[in-house]
Design a protein around this ligand. Structure first.
Ligand code: URP
Ligand code: ZN
Length: 461
């Protein structure tokens, strides 16, 4: 395997920032030091740039069926787009068909990624409920297969929503086998009533998607999930937390010392409920669950990221084409839920977080790479720059300007929620296990080079 020398950069991890060179051998970081002069197959000059650990996005939905549609990026296009944005590892969701065993679902989803993924990847397992074999399969997946996190939905009744008893039993089972329970926290029953009421009144436009999923429905499900995790004595990770009301419950629980964690996503930091009122049917582009919130919620989330109440920024990348979104032209509840974001996460977080002074560069690394690695069992192989860690590295130019547009981004979808926005700070070279896969905007990677990651148990900080 070729050796690489990265010279003259400033290394930034979640805990440090210092000038040093890096030597990569066998796909791993072999040496870190000042003024290294070793013969190498490739020498990269990182002058004026930062050298960061590759980003880790722990919430993606590639090649995911959703009703009659399928998310537009598969493991080839989605992981390539991720790399263009500085992300070198993803953790996607394997979702069983109704009645399908968890082990069979894992095989299916590994089959989707195998031969296609260009960066390393792992899987969480989504649960549709509690079958006869679920708890035993959870133990087996955790012990033998490197799938150490399980996601339950408190929303989407009749499709994915689980009842409280099943949720509680999964929490107990997860505690038993040392796995982490992830929760989509929205009260699906209440939302269902609100949606039916809106449709009965003829309120069919995209804005009613947000109005029928108010913050209270998320806050209630969040505090319920936290209460059940506390009763079970199990850790909990709340996915895509979107609003101040839910964050307040999380913060209160963490202040009590409870092992509860959460991610938010760029869409909740940069977009708002006003986007649903864009002209025509444009609001459909922003239909996702939870929905976009008020600008006051954005500020609360930034505070949570800075203080440490929120540990991760992930994307919930789940793109649907404009054609797919058309399915809900006359009924917002038929618009496939989800939006693209796998490529833009780190650029947005840098521009809106570091450049504005809301977070510093180390906190940026913590939220985009180190925190996700620790919580989801990838640390220290991923998420840091240390001797022995995978050489998943990003040479990051803090001044690089990018105009975000569907035309130039690499995700396989015909719109960007951030169309026309210019961000400063972005990746110039991206390396995965010592291989340069993106070089100044040019694709050097290869479909199928990504490896399945058997994850370990979470190591919450
Ligand atoms: O709207 C969303 N979030 N779509 C993806 C599926 C999910 O709920 O995470
Ligand atoms: Zn999701």
């Amino acid at each position: 395997m070729p050796t690489v020398l990265v010279r003259n950069g400033r290394i930034v991890t979640a805990s440090e920032g210092y000038e040093a060179d890096l030597y990569v051998d066998g796909g791993r970081i072999a040496l870190i030091g000042q003024g290294l002069s070793l013969p190498a197959d490739t020498v990269l000059d990182a002058s004026g740039c930062l050298v960061l650990p590759g980003g880790i996005d722990v919430h993606t939905h590639l090649d995911m069926p959703a009703g009659e549609a399928t998310s537009a990026d598969d493991f080839e296009t989605g992981t390539r787009a991720a790399a263009f944005g500085g992300t070198t590892t993803i953790v996607d969701f394997a979702t069983p068909e109704p009645g399908e065993s968890l082990l069979s679902a894992l095989e299916t989803w590994r089959g989707k990624a195998d031969g296609k993924a260009a960066i390393d990847y792992g899987f969480h397992m989504a649960l549709r409920g509690l079958g006869e074999t679920t708890l035993a399969e959870m133990a087996r997946l955790t012990r033998d297969e490197g799938v150490t996190s399980f996601k339950l939905y408190l929303a989407y009744p009749g499709v994915l929503q689980v009842d409280d008893a099943s949720f509680f039993r999964v929490l107990l089972g997860a505690r038993e086998c040392g796995a982490l329970t992830l929760v989509h926290a929205e009260n699906g029953g209440v939302i269902d009533v609100l949606v039916k009421g809106a449709l009965a009144r003829g309120e069919t436009a995209p804005r009613y998607h947000a109005l029928t999923r108010p913050p209270e429905t998320e806050a209630e499900a969040t505090v319920r999930a936290i209460s059940m995790a506390t009763l079970a004595g199990a850790p909990l990770y709340v996915v895509h937390l979107s609003c101040a009301a839910a964050l307040a419950h999380l913060t209160a629980a963490r202040d009590r010392g409870l092992p509860v964690f959460a991610e938010t996503c760029p869409q909740y930091l940069f977009l708002s409920i006003a986007d649903y009122d864009r002209p025509g049917f444009e609001g459909a582009r922003y239909v996702m669950s939870p929905p976009l919130r008020e600008t006051a919620d954005q500020e609360a989330l930034w505070g949570g990221l800075a203080r440490g109440d929120l540990q991760v920024v992930a994307t919930d990348h789940c793109p649907f084409t404009l054609d797919d979104k058309e399915r809900g032209r006359h009924d917002f509840s038929k618009i496939p839920n989800g939006a693209p974001g796998i490529e833009t996460r780190m650029m947005l977080l840098w521009d809106g977080g570091v450049r504005t002074g809301r977070i510093d560069a180390q906190r940026f690394v913590e939220l985009a790479a180190a925190g996700p690695a620790r919580l989801l069992g990838l640390w220290p192989r991923k998420g840091t720059i240390a001797v022995g860690s995978d050489a998943d590295l990003v040479i990051w130019d803090p001044e690089r300007e990018t105009r975000l547009s569907a035309e130039t981004l690499h995700m396989r979808v015909d719109y960007s929620p951030y169309e026309g926005r210019t961000v400063r700070g972005g990746p110039v070279v991206v390396m995965s296990r010592g291989e340069v896969i993106v070089d100044h905007g040019e694709w050097k990677g290869r479909a199928g080079r990504g490896q399945f990651l058997k994850r370990r148990h979470a190591q919450p900080a």
